[in-house]
Design a protein around this ligand. Structure first.
Ligand SMILES: *[C@@H]1O[C@H](CO)[C@@H](O)[C@H](O)[C@H]1NC(C)=O
Ligand SMILES: *[C@@H]1O[C@H](CO)[C@@H](O)[C@H](O)[C@H]1NC(C)=O
Ligand SMILES: *[C@@H]1O[C@H](CO)[C@@H](O)[C@H](O)[C@H]1NC(C)=O
Ligand SMILES: *[C@@H]1O[C@H](CO)[C@@H](O)[C@H](O)[C@H]1NC(C)=O
Length: 462
C-alpha cells in the first residue's frame, strides 16, 4: 500500500519533470541557440601581397570561421560620403573580374548566417572626414543618408565606425567630436531602424571599434548613451605596448602584472573591459579584441652593460630598453609580426624560446636580442574562457591575413588563432545550454544578446 502510494507520487513527480522538459524543448521563442559573436577583420591590402603565405584573398576565407566580417577599410570624406580606399574594392581590374566588396560578400552564399559590414576609418585615417560628419545636425543628416545608400548599393549588412578616436586631439579630433559622435550614432541608429521598417529589409547593423585605454574612453565617448544605439561595441584590447614605449611590454595582456606601475595597471583586457562596463555599457554588447599578431622588439644591451656599467639583473624581461624589431619577411612593418611569422622565427632559431607570463596569462618570445609579446592557442583559449565567465558578447579579431591561413607554417591546422577562439566559444557555459529559453529557467537575471540577424534574443541566466 505504502509502496504504491510512493510509486504514484514518484510517477507524478516524474511526469511533472517530463512536462517541464518537453515544454522546454518545444519552446521556440528564442528561435536559435546562443551564439557568441566572432567578428573578423578582412584587410583589403592583404589580398595584394605577392607571396602565397602572406596574401589573403576573400576566397581563402573559411565562410564559417566568423559570424561577422568587417571589411577594412572604407574612407569618410569631408564631402560627407563614404568612399572605397582601393580602386578594386568596387570592381575588378578587368571587365569580367569582381570587386573586392563583392568577393567578400560572396562568402554569404556558403554561409547565409554570415554578416558582412563595411568598416570606415582606421588608425591612419584618424579624424579626417569624421570631424565634418559629426559637426552639426545638417552634416549628420546628409552623411547618414549617403551612408545608407552606399551600404545598400554595395549590399553590405551594416556599418562599423572605426573612428580612432573621437576626443583624441593627437589624432586630429576637434572639440565637438565627443558629443558630435553621440549625435551621429543616434541618428544612424534611428535611420537604420526606420529604413528597415520602410523597406522590409533586414536592419543594417551599427557597430564600432573603440579605444581600450581609460583616458581615451573618457575623452571620446558618452559611453552609456552610445552603447544604447550600437548593436555591439568592439574594444580594441591590443596595442597596449609596442616600440613607441621604448621598452619591452606585452601587446595584449589579459591581466596586469603584479607590482605593475600605476600608469599601466589598467592596460590589460580585464581592466579595459571593466572601464566600459563601469561607464554604463551592457556587457553583452561588448566584444573583446584579439590580435593575430605580436609586437616585436630589438632589445638593447646585449652585452649586459648599460653606460659602461653592468646592467642590473631583471626578474622579468618586461621593461627592458628596446626599439622596434626588424620588419617581418612577409608583412614588412618594423615592430609587428604576423602569427605565422612568429611561428617561423620560433621554428628556425632555437634561441627564440617561448615563455609564459603567469600574471598576464600570455606568451612571449625572449632571446638575447629579440622580444615578442604575442598570442597563441593557449592564450586565446584562456581569453575566451574569461569572456564567457564574465558574460561578454563576443570577440573581434584583427585580422584574417595575419593568421596561418592554410596551417602550413605553424602546423596547427588552418587559421589556428581564429579557430581556437571559435572552438572555445562554441562550448557554451552551462547556464546558456540548459536555459535556451525562458520557460526552463527559474532564475531572475537576464542577458540580452544580439541574434545574428540583429533581432534580440533574451536568455535567462543565473
Ligand atoms: C512538442 O513537439 C513535438 C514535435 O514537434 C510534439 O509531438 C509534442 O506533442 C509537443 N509537445 C508539447 C507539450 O507541445
Ligand atoms: C602560389 O599559389 C599558386 C596557386 O594559388 C601556385 O600555383 C603557386 O605555385 C604558388 N607558389 C609558390 C611559390 O608556392
Ligand atoms: C580585473 O580588473 C579589476 C579592475 O581593474 C581588478 O579590480 C581585478 O583585480 C582584476 N582581476 C584580476 C584577476 O587581475
Ligand atoms: C530576483 O529579483 C529581485 C529583484 O529584482 C531580487 O530582489 C531577488 O533577489 C532576485 N532573486 C534571485 C533568486 O536572484
Amino acid at each position: 500500500m505504502t509502496t504504491s502510494i510512493l510509486t504514484s507520487f514518484m510517477m507524478i513527480i516524474w511526469l511533472a519533470v517530463k512536462q517541464v522538459r518537453t515544454d522546454c524543448l518545444n519552446d521556440t521563442s528564442t528561435e536559435s541557440t546562443f551564439v557568441y559573436r566572432r567578428v573578423c577583420y578582412f584587410a583589403n591590402w592583404a589580398a595584394k601581397r605577392y607571396d602565397n603565405i602572406s596574401r589573403l584573398t576573400p576566397e581563402d576565407i573559411d565562410p564559417f570561421l566568423c559570424t561577422h566580417i568587417n571589411f577594412a577599410f572604407g574612407k569618410v570624406l569631408e564631402s560627407l560620403v563614404i568612399a572605397p580606399y582601393e580602386e578594386d574594392d568596387l570592381k575588378g581590374w578587368t571587365a569580367s573580374s569582381k570587386g573586392m566588396y563583392e568577393r567578400v560578400l560572396k562568402l554569404k552564399e556558403a554561409n547565409p548566417d554570415l554578416r558582412v559590414l563595411l568598416s570606415v576609418g582606421g588608425w591612419t585615417h584618424a579624424s579626417r572626414g569624421f570631424n565634418e560628419v559629426s559637426k552639426n545636425a545638417a552634416n549628420i543628416k546628409t552623411f547618414v543618408k549617403n551612408s545608407v545608400k552606399f551600404l545598400r548599393d554595395n549590399k553590405f549588412d551594416g556599418l562599423d565606425l572605426d573612428w580612432e578616436y573621437p576626443g583624441a586631439k593627437d589624432q586630429g579630433a576637434e572639440p565637438h567630436s565627443k558629443t558630435g559622435y553621440t549625435k551621429l550614432v543616434k541618428k544612424l541608429s534611428r535611420v537604420f531602424q526606420r529604413e528597415a521598417e520602410r523597406t522590409g529589409q533586414e536592419k543594417l547593423l551599427l557597430t564600432c571599434a573603440t579605444a581600450a585605454a581609460r583616458h581615451r574612453i573618457e575623452a571620446g565617448y558618452e559611453v552609456e548613451e552610445v552603447c544604447k544605439y550600437f548593436d555591439f561595441v568592439s574594444v580594441m584590447t591590443y596595442d597596449y605596448h609596442g616600440s613607441w614605449d621604448g621598452k619591452t611590454g606585452h601587446n595584449s595582456p589579459l591581466y596586469a602584472m603584479r607590482n605593475e606601475r600605476k600608469k599601466f595597471r589598467e592596460w590589460n583586457i580585464n581592466s579595459s573591459m571593466l572601464v566600459w562596463v563601469e561607464l554604463g555599457c551592457p556587457k553583452e554588447k561588448l566584444n573583446i579584441g584579439l590580435s593575430a599578431y605580436g609586437r616585436a622588439f630589438s632589445v638593447f644591451g646585449e652585452t649586459g652593460m648599460t653606460n659602461g656599467k653592468p646592467a642590473p639583473k631583471k626578474k622579468s624581461s618586461i621593461g627592458m630598453k628596446a626599439s622596434a624589431a626588424e620588419a617581418g619577411k612577409y608583412t614588412r612593418e618594423a615592430g609587428v609580426l604576423a602569427y605565422y611569422e612568429i611561428c617561423e622565427l620560433i621554428q628556425n632559431n632555437p634561441n627564440n624560446r617561448v615563455f609564459w607570463h603567469r600574471d598576464m596569462s600570455v606568451p612571449y618570445v625572449s632571446s638575447k636580442a629579440l622580444w615578442i609579446g604575442f598570442d597563441n592557442i593557449r592564450s586565446v583559449t584562456l581569453k575566451m574562457q574569461f569572456l564567457k565567465e564574465h558574460g561578454y558578447g563576443g570577440v573581434i579579431i584583427w585580422s584574417l591575413d595575419l593568421d596561418d591561413k592554410t596551417g602550413e607554417v605553424c602546423h596547427e591546422g588552418p587559421f589556428p588563432i581564429f579557430n581556437a577562439a571559435k572552438r572555445e566559444l562554441s562550448i557554451l557555459p552551462e547556464h546558456l545550454v540548459h536555459t535556451k529559453n525562458k520557460k526552463c529557467s527559474d532564475i531572475n537575471a537576464t542577458i540580452t544578446v544580439e541574434h545574428l540577424r540583429s533581432k534580440t534574443t533574451t536568455i535567462k541566466t543565473s
